[in-house]
Ligand binder design. Structure first.
Ligand code: NAP
Length: 244
């Protein structure tokens, strides 16, 4: 286990949902958190306030992670506030609730860019700092959709499967540098995406309830603390999909 107090994390899409759960768990563990958001400034400010009132440190940073210029500014601002992030959670994502036949080229490119290309670009911007530190943690939010096809269309599933390939490549090539890369594949954590976008019912989950933001946060924290887990996909799904 690594002493992570004072480490710097960048969590994309941390204004609500799983990103929020991870930011709060990191804050409680003494990690300084750059809380990225896209449009919901008030929600991001509330996450920062919650971390600060619990004795931690955080900053809210607006950026659309599908835009290269925004990413450069995001990483610069995080570095200015706390120093180079050595923990990166590529969490920001969108769903696209469509049938496969409704996905046209523009919709395909948009979802791939927000969900997958963003992770490549943010990681590329943050990696030099991790290499310099000789330590780093990359955590990518995949999905059960990568494993089962999922409840929404093919572009979402493809973006989430792409994140697993990205994770494997980083994990293999960075293994000797002190940097690990892992994915989390959730299903039905209680967030806006699940209750609003998918309108999913907890009855689909064998355990019989939605997962919590705290359970997502603790999973990410485990991946930060443990330096021997590398190149893995952690299934956080109440038994919906079982891997061997
Ligand atoms: P959510 O409740 O819809 O929250 C999405 C977050 O992403 C928000 O903070 C949003 O920011 C941010 N975001 C969206 N587009 C962005 C962009 N272009 N740039 C920066 N931030 C952006 O989603 P969630 O359920 O917490 O899901 C989080 C991640 O886990 C996603 O990648 C999702 O695909 C994955 N996942 C979730 C589940 C689940 O059960 N919830 C299952 C499988 C996979 P604003 O608030 O500012 O809009």
């Amino acid at each position: 286990m690594t002493d992570i107090r004072g480490a710097v994390a960048l969590v994309t899409g941390a204004s609500r949902g799983i990103g929020k759960g991870i930011a709060l768990a990191f804050g409680r563990a003494g990690i300084r958190v750059a809380v990225n958001y896209h449009s919901r400034a008030d929600d991001a400010a509330a996450v920062v306030d919650a971390i600060k009132s619990a004795g931690g440190d955080a900053i809210a940073l607006r950026a659309d992670v599908s835009q290269s210029a925004d990413i450069e500014r995001l990483v610069r601002e995080a570095e200015k506030a706390f120093g180079p992030p050595t923990i990166l959670v590529n969490n920001a994502g969108i769903l696209g609730v469509l049938s496969n036949d409704e996905v046209d080229e523009a919709e395909w490119e948009h979802v791939i860019r927000v969900n997958l290309t963003s992770a490549f670009l943010v990681t590329k911007a943050v990696l030099p700092g991790m290499r310099k530190a000789g330590w780093g943690r990359i955590i990518n939010l995949s999905s059960v959709a990568a494993q089962t096809g999922g409840a929404t269309a093919l572009h979402y599933a493809a973006s989430k499967a792409g994140l697993v390939g990205l994770t494997h490549s980083y994990a293999a090539r960075l293994a000797k540098t002190g940097i690990t890369a892992n994915a989390i594949a959730p299903a039905l954590i209680e967030t806006d995406m699940v209750t609003g976008g998918l309108r999913a019912s907890p009855e689909r989950i064998p355990i019989g309830r939605f997962g919590t933001l705290e359970e997502a946060g603790e999973t990410a924290l485990f991946l930060v603390r443990n330096g021997f887990v590398n190149g893995q996909t952690i299934n956080l799904n109440g038994g919906l999909y079982m891997s061997s």
